[in-house]
Design a protein around this ligand. Structure first.
Ligand SMILES: [Zn+2]
Ligand SMILES: [Zn+2]
Length: 345
């Protein structure tokens, strides 16, 4: 265990301060992890923009899309050994509320999201509850492993959709999560189309082998009709978080389609409820992930089913975290930007 830890604190107003702090030691039931890489999530971008100050405060270490190596374990910790490569499922639940009692701990009424409600992984040494740790298979590249958290989101979304092999799938929104949902849906046997308005993101989607449609250039519903013989898509993922995306989700849906709400809609969009009646559609909410989604995500990354090298577009050292957020904020081409902490350069 190192004595000191370099940590990046969010100080408000689009500003991070990188400081040296004493490395925390793990208490009972806790594990200390030397962080290798930590991805910048869309949520971290919301923090950077000041949209979450009330929740995170102005002295918060963000970061939850991480990979690392166990540095120390506290008392009463089984199944985790110093030196093992791991990722963290950044959810801490109360265990006692109705959602927890029903077995839906990821929907805990008092859910703490590590890296937002507690300090996160943008530091050398991160101490977390042992129950959040998942071990990685031998030899997995730790930069690729930093994608496991967002891949687990995609695994949860696809699992809840009930996707069956051969079904037509439309993913509305081709950002990092949309592309990962598309990859996991393809692995499950779906015929996947991606709707994306940003030409750079659309070209990445096409490079990854997906049938990409720009709904600004062509009528999305007509394009999906043509591709599906007038049937529409059996499974639709709304990942855009926009009103046009919500309009599209019912317009491209086949009869009895399942629509999965992946995006976080901060406002209340208009929804074409008539289509839910007319086509007997189902709308399914999907939030974060459960342990089995993490295990599936680890298996997919280990099998090379996620094209990590195409998705990871930028890697910067922790000392340059400020520049990395600024660059990601204005870049039209970036998909996933990683911060390298202890990982190999
Ligand atoms: Zn995230
Ligand atoms: Zn609970």
């Amino acid at each position: 265990m190192p004595a000191d830890s370099i940590a990046a604190f969010y100080r408000g107003n689009k500003h991070f301060a990188v400081e040296t702090v004493a490395a925390a030691t793990p208490g009972p039931g806790e594990v200390a992890i030397r962080i290798a890489y930590c991805g910048i999530c869309g949520t971290d971008m919301h923090v950077y923009h000041g949209n979450m100050d009330a929740r995170v405060g102005l002295n918060r270490i963000v970061g939850h899309e991480m990979s690392g190596t166990v540095a120390a374990v506290g008392a009463d910790v089984d199944g985790v050994v110093v030196g093992e490569d791991v990722v963290v499922r950044p959810l801490d639940s109360c265990g006692a509320c109705p959602a927890c009692v029903a077995g839906h701990r990821h929907l805990c009424h008092k859910l703490k999201f590590l890296g937002l409600d507690t300090d996160g992984a943008m530091q050398d040494v991160w101490v977390v509850p042992a129950h959040t740790v998942h071990r990685l298979p031998e030899g997995m590249k730790l930069d690729h492993a930093a994608l496991i958290e967002p891949v687990a989101v995609a695994c949860h979304d696809v699992r809840l959709s009930g996707l069956r092999a051969g079904e037509d799938v439309v993913v509305i929104g081709g950002g990092p999560i949309g592309v990962l949902v598309a990859m996991v849906a393809r692995e499950a046997g779906g015929k996947v189309m991606i709707s994306e308005v940003n030409p750079n993101r659309l070209s990445i989607a096409r490079k990854l082998g997906f049938d990409g449609v720009n709904p600004i250039e062509e009528d999305l519903a007509a394009a999906i009709d043509t591709r599906t013989g007038g049937k529409g898509a059996e499974v639709v993922f709304e990942v855009s978080g926009t009103q046009p995306g919500v309009d599209a989700m019912t317009a491209v849906a086949a009869t009895r389609a399942r629509i999965v709400m992946v995006a976080i809609h901060a406002t209340k969009p208009q929804i074409d409820l008539f289509q839910f009646f007319w086509r007997e559609l189902k709308l399914i909410g999907a939030r974060v992930y459960e342990p089995e989604d993490y295990e599936q995500a680890i298996a997919l990354v280990a099998a090379g089913a996620i094209d990590a090298d195409t998705i990871i577009t930028d890697v910067s050292p922790l000392a340059d975290i400020q520049k990395a957020f600024e660059a990601l904020d204005r870049s039209p081409t970036a998909l996933k930007s990683l911060i390298r902490i202890g990982g190999d350069a």
